[in-house]
Write a protein that binds this ligand. Structure first.
Ligand SMILES: [Mg+2]
Length: 172
């Protein structure tokens, strides 16, 4: 059961997922959570550093798609500014929208990772969809709504428990 919420890989932030490392890991597509993963919860845009990282991956042919539980218009505007495909109201931790996105985008599921900041949404959904899962440390989680913050304490406890076994720094 635990393995469903243990990420394959943990990183501090998305920018650590360099092109070289993704290639080493055998990944050529990323489904990206938005809030607290690519940007602060209340921010409307990514930092220039994250924009540069996205641009570098895209230029190298890494498939990218935003997959957020957030509402349509807000995510649509965000995706529009980055010129990235998106799925809103993704209903993570359910895996269905992840699976349909991988199909629609014609990504190879065995070479696709779900990247996000929440065990009980991003990692669980990614695991259930049989994707590689990458957990990032949330950016400014104190800005999140109360129902998301409620999940943070059990998340931290579980992460301690699943521990460094999930911290992969070598190819999968
Ligand atoms: Mg998030």
């Amino acid at each position: 059961m635990l393995r469903f919420i243990a990420p394959h890989i943990r990183v501090e932030n998305v920018r650590q997922l360099s092109l070289d490392w993704l290639r080493e890991l055998g990944l050529d597509a990323l489904l990206l959570d938005v809030d607290c993963t690519l940007k602060e919860y209340r921010a409307e845009e990514v930092t220039p550093e994250v924009a540069a990282w996205l641009g570098e991956l895209r230029a190298a042919g890494i498939g990218l798609c935003l997959v957020s539980n957030g509402m349509g218009r807000r995510i649509e505007r965000f995706a529009g500014r980055l010129d990235l495909p998106f799925v809103s109201k993704a209903m993570k931790p359910l895996p269905f929208r992840l699976r349909s996105t991988v199909r629609k985008m014609q990504f190879d599921p065995s070479r696709t990772a779900m990247v996000g900041d929440q065990l009980f949404a991003d990692v669980l959904a990614g695991r259930l969809a049989r994707l590689v899962t990458i957990l990032v440390r949330p950016i400014h989680p104190e800005q999140e709504p109360w129902f998301t913050r409620l999940k943070r304490r059990p998340e931290r406890a579980l992460l301690k428990w699943t521990g460094s076994a999930s911290l992969t720094t070598t190819p999968l």
